[in-house]
Design a protein around this ligand. Structure first.
Ligand code: FE
Ligand code: CA
Length: 555
């Protein structure tokens, strides 16, 4: 098929943007390992013009009476709360495990309602949104005109079907000084490694928002019995039993994850503020460089498919809508004067991992000052945002371990080249930026490693007596790594090698973070097992850090 034959949507503006994105693939520096070939560019172009634009009216409206099965199998979600608005989301899929979700092509008008009470007696806002087949029948509505710092309930209707009820909460007003703010941090939910029991418990917690720090899904094959879940009462379709590569693969994988009742309950209970890591696309990719030896243009097509499916399936606002293989995911949210959140994307713009990735002895390659974790634009945006901040707490939700982490307490130590340890100059610029911007209370929230850590962030990690600049709370996985253990095999080594490491636990779960005017508190909540359903949750450890005096103390 030639590019010309694939032009099919009437939205010329979005088409032009997609063509520009495809053209950008031709620029040097996008693929770091090879130059793009002419065939690669043609493939990228074909892909870009194949994607229909937002708001396309090319497909006919589907008669809602033709939806004869419940289309709300993937639940509801809300996200990115502002003081007077919140984003609500759902996706229609009567048969979520079938390509196309079991709906014919065509658009569906979906009505939504937002109320102050769970029974929808006091409806504050209502409207409608279009579910396009081209966007996997996902629905999003930016609900405006809401009161600040308030709980709201929302639901959708399509034809005669009504969605489950979601609960959300707007952010406090810009100048407000809320007494406290309760957050949860989660990451790494490999479906095939276990049940999302931690989410069931998180749904019952009283938090203002949940931060998802990446690895929302994994690209790896899921077998018929759901891997470690060991289903005996059902069989998953064979198309899940292969790695996700195409747009349809990623869409189906989101459907598998979103159909999980525990994940669904957590989304219905709290607004989510999401960012991705690697597995939403491919393990340990770096910018335009894939994990394995695949031509970069081929990888960028995969990245475009993964990013689009991410957009379709997450409660994100319009500025995050991707264009081809690009998506502006880093963004800022404020919760009155108590907290500013600078949500990072440390995947899309990073330099390739040094020394071929993995745990390596640091050296000139990893310490090259030109290496970047954020890209120059995001780094500038972060530090400029700190300069303008008037928040007590400056929180940075992001993906990979920020603090230095040696594997052994000897001079023969190695560092993880995929984490900030593989980009030390980039980390130093960020820390120096925080200091020069006058950030007093820096807190980094991290996922990725499938264990809980609590770190003091040091001005010089090699000198325990140097100033503590902030703290880092690393949340363990929801399920990745299966059951885990209280003390992983390297517990002794890592604890002795890193005096700024204050807590290390290898169980599954989530972290609760409460920000107050005088101190912040972190509670590490864990479950003993995920390969069997229903484990209770306990608090493994708690820490506080005082405002104006960074450093963790056991609570
Ligand atoms: Fe992970
Ligand atoms: Ca990861």
């Amino acid at each position: 098929m030639t590019a010309a034959q694939t032009i099919m949507t009437p939205d010329q503006d979005a088409r032009a943007a997609e063509l520009r994105a495809a053209a950008r693939l031709l620029e040097p520096g996008v693929g770091r390992r090879r130059f793009l070939t002419a065939t690669g560019a043609a493939a990228a172009l074909a892909f870009a013009v194949n994607l229909p634009a937002a708001g396309t009216a090319s497909a006919a409206e589907l008669d809602a009476r033709r939806i004869t099965e419940n289309p709300f199998t993937l639940g509801v979600a809300s996200g990115d709360p502002h003081p007077s608005s919140v984003l609500i989301w759902t996706r229609l899929a009567p048969r979520p495990y079938e390509p196309g979700g079991g709906l014919p092509r065509g658009r569906v008008e979906v009505r939504w309602e937002v109320a102050r009470d769970e029974r929808f007696r006091r409806i504050e806002r209502r409207g409608s949104a279009t579910a396009h087949a081209e966007f996997a029948h996902s629905v999003r509505a930016e609900v405006k005109g809401l009161g600040s710092g308030r709980v709201y309930y929302y639901r959708f209707r399509a034809g005669s079907w009504t969605s489950p009820v979601g609960r959300t909460r707007t952010a406090p007003a810009a100048g407000a000084r809320p007494g406290s703010l309760a957050l949860a941090a989660v990451s790494c939910q490999a479906y095939h490694d276990g049940y999302f029991t931690a989410y069931r418990h998180l749904a019952a917690e009283d938090v203002d928002a949940v931060f998802h720090l990446g690895d929302y899904l994994y690209e790896y094959a899921v077998n018929a019995t759901g891997g470690a879940r060991n289903y005996t009462d059902r069989r998953l379709p064979a198309h899940f039993n292969r790695e996700t590569v195409t747009l349809e693969d990623y869409r189906l994988r989101y459907a598998l994850y979103k159909s999980d009742p525990d994940l669904s309950a957590a989304h219905a209970a709290h607004p989510f503020i999401v960012t991705w890591d690697d597995h939403e696309t491919e393990n340990n990719y770096a910018g335009g460089t894939p994990e394995n030896d695949v031509p970069p243009e081929e990888f960028l097509l995969r990245r475009a498919a993964a990013y689009r499916a991410y957009w379709e399936n997450q409660p994100l606002r319009t500025p995050q809508r991707p264009t081809g293989p690009d998506m502006r995911l880093y963004r800022r949210l404020t919760f009155g004067r108590l907290a500013q959140f600078d949500i990072l994307d440390t995947r899309q713009y990073r330099s390739d991992q040094a020394y071929g990735d993995g745990w390596r002895t640091p050296g000139p390659e990893s310490e090259d000052p030109s290496r970047t974790m954020t890209g120059a634009a995001q780094e500038r945006w972060l530090i400029d945002g700190w300069r303008a901040s008037n928040a007590t707490w400056n929180v940075v939700p992001q993906q990979v371990t920020f603090a230095q982490r040696r594997d052994v307490p000897t001079d023969a130590f190695k560092l993880s080249m995929d984490s900030w340890d593989g980009y030390p100059a980039s980390r130093q610029r960020v820390l120096a930026g925080a200091e020069s911007a006058g950030v007093e209370n820096l807190m980094v929230l991290t996922g990725d490693v499938h264990v809980s850590y609590a770190f003091d962030l040091k001005k010089d990690f090699d000198d325990p007596a140097s100033r503590t600049i902030g703290t880092e709370i690393v949340t363990t996985s929801i399920a990745s790594g299966k059951d885990g253990s209280e003390r992983p095999a390297n517990w002794e080594n890592q604890t002795r090698a890193n005096p700024h490491l204050k807590h290390y636990n290898g169980r599954r779960g989530y972290a609760l973070v409460t920000l107050g005017a005088k101190e912040a508190r972190a509670d590490f909540r864990t479950v003993a097992a995920v390969t069997t359903p229903g484990a209770p949750v306990t608090t493994a450890a708690s820490f506080t850090t005082e405002a104006g005096n960074p450093g963790l103390t056991p609570a």
